[in-house]
Design a protein around this ligand. Structure first.
Ligand SMILES: Cc1ncc(COP(=O)(O)O)c(C=O)c1O
Length: 409
């Protein structure tokens, strides 16, 4: 990687190389007695595992993560994907797979929190992550205190004896504030508080979060890992301190990912570096183009100096992904809808990280509680796909003309 999708950075280059090799063990891609191996592990579907005799059945252990035991405990397709994700982060001890990103977030929270604990949750978090805190966790006697994404080391002032965990999402996937992760993890480590991050935007390729002191790194693999908008999946990767607990809790919860989905996700993972680089470059080009337009009040993209937390992004990240947002210089819901409806190359829909461009109206103000969202105009979130960037700019250009017409300008 070079340029700023990435700084030319040895760690990022090494990660790109690891992506190709990771999780490819001969015992998962070959057959006993055969001289060769296939490149990708096949889809190992299983519920029942048959044993040679009772002694072997009794000898099998659920505790060994690469032993066939029972379908819910996994099989080589999922093991290969989990190992590949683990190998993206040098400090990682292991990865559990889940049927969605939200399931991964929930399992990570339940691995750590007990009734009576308090969770510090970033105010810019993905809406359903907040819903988990305000619904399920509250019902189980766990309280949540929301904090300003730009709080940095001042997080110390919120830590109490009950604070058990700090949840980060950086950048926020709607409003793109970048958090000072090392400052927060330093405070947490000193107090024995666990940290976990929703790292779906950067993936470990652009942000090896465990290396910055985070204990559990969570991915909505549905986004960039899968990359093709056709699979729901999540993962949680833990350091050595939290790996056993995470794995045990995920087993207790009965959580796993199907082997078919793991196979597709593994296929997506192999091309993550080229997709993310191209999508990141195109997104930055689009963001810079939008910045100069009179119709735009503000562009929220971590690689632009105006983005809150930009300095932390420049210090900690190896590049920028393809998701960002912009605020229109006036108008309301109807004019924003006119702009989005006029786009020909951007689909209208939830999610992001796939190969196709998307546009979404976003309204962060009502879900904030610790901070006030000081919006400058209606917000539009853009997922930049693999289309030609010139075509995407031309499409936005013509849609902005529709917006101007709706505004009477
Ligand atoms: C930042 C972020 N985290 C987690 C999720 C949840 O992932 P999933 O939809 O796979 O449950 C999403 C989904 O949009 C997201 O945007």
């Amino acid at each position: 990687m070079s340029g700023k999708f990435g700084k030319s950075d040895q760690a990022a280059r090494a990660a790109a190389t690891r992506l190709v090799q990771a999780g490819r063990r001969p015992e998962w891609t070959g057959m006993p007695g055969q001289p060769g191996t296939i490149v990708n592990p096949p889809i190992w579907r299983a519920s029942t595992i048959l044993y040679e005799d009772v002694a072997h059945l009794r000898g099998a252990s659920i505790g060994d993560r690469h032993q066939l035991y029972y379908g819910r405990c996994g099989a080589p397709t999922g093991w290969s994907l989990a190992e590949a994700i683990t190998q993206m982060e040098p400090e990682a001890a292991g990865t559990m797979l889940f049927p969605s990103g939200v399931a991964a977030i929930m399992a990570a929270l339940l691995a750590v929190l007990r009734p009576g604990d308090e969770l510090l949750m970033v105010d810019s978090a993905y809406g359903p992550s907040r819903s988990l805190c305000d619904g399920l966790l509250r019902d189980y006697g766990i309280t949540t205190c929301y904090y300003d994404p730009l709080i940095g080391a001042d997080i110390a002032s919120l830590c109490t004896e009950r604070t058990r965990a700090i949840f980060l999402e950086s950048p926020g996937s709607l409003t793109f504030e970048v958090q000072d992760i090392p400052a927060i993890t330093a405070i947490a480590r000193a107090r024995g508080i666990v940290t976990m991050v929703d790292n779906s935007w950067a993936t470990p390729l652009l942000l090896p979060a465990l290396g910055l002191g985070v204990d559990i790194s969570i991915l909505a693999c549905t986004k960039y890992i899968v990359g093709h908008s056709d699979v729901m999946m999540g993962s949680a990767t833990a350091n050595a301190a939290w790996w056993d607990r995470l794995r045990n809790r995920a087993h207790m919860l009965g959580q796993m990912a199907s082997p078919d989905d793991a196979w597709l996700a593994l296929r997506g993972l192999r091309t993550l570096e080229v997709r993310l680089r191209r999508q990141g470059e195109s997104a930055l080009a689009l963001a810079r183009w939008l910045e100069d337009r009179p119709e735009i009040a503000r562009v929220l993209h971590p690689a632009l100096p105006a983005c809150p937390g930009h300095a932390a992004w420049a210090r900690d990240f190896h590049g920028a992904a393809g998701l960002f947002a912009f605020e229109l210089a006036g108008g309301g819901e109807a004019e924003r809808a006119r702009l989005i409806d006029s786009l020909a190359l951007f689909g209208i829909g939830y999610s992001w990280g796939g190969f196709e461009s998307l546009a979404l109206p976003v309204d962060p103000a009502p879900i904030r509680t610790a901070t006030r969202w000081e919006g400058r105009g209606p917000l539009v979130r853009i997922n930049v796909g693999l289309e030609d960037v010139g075509d995407l700019i031309a499409d936005l250009d013509q849609a902005l003309a529709h917006w101007r017409a709706a505004m009477g300008r």
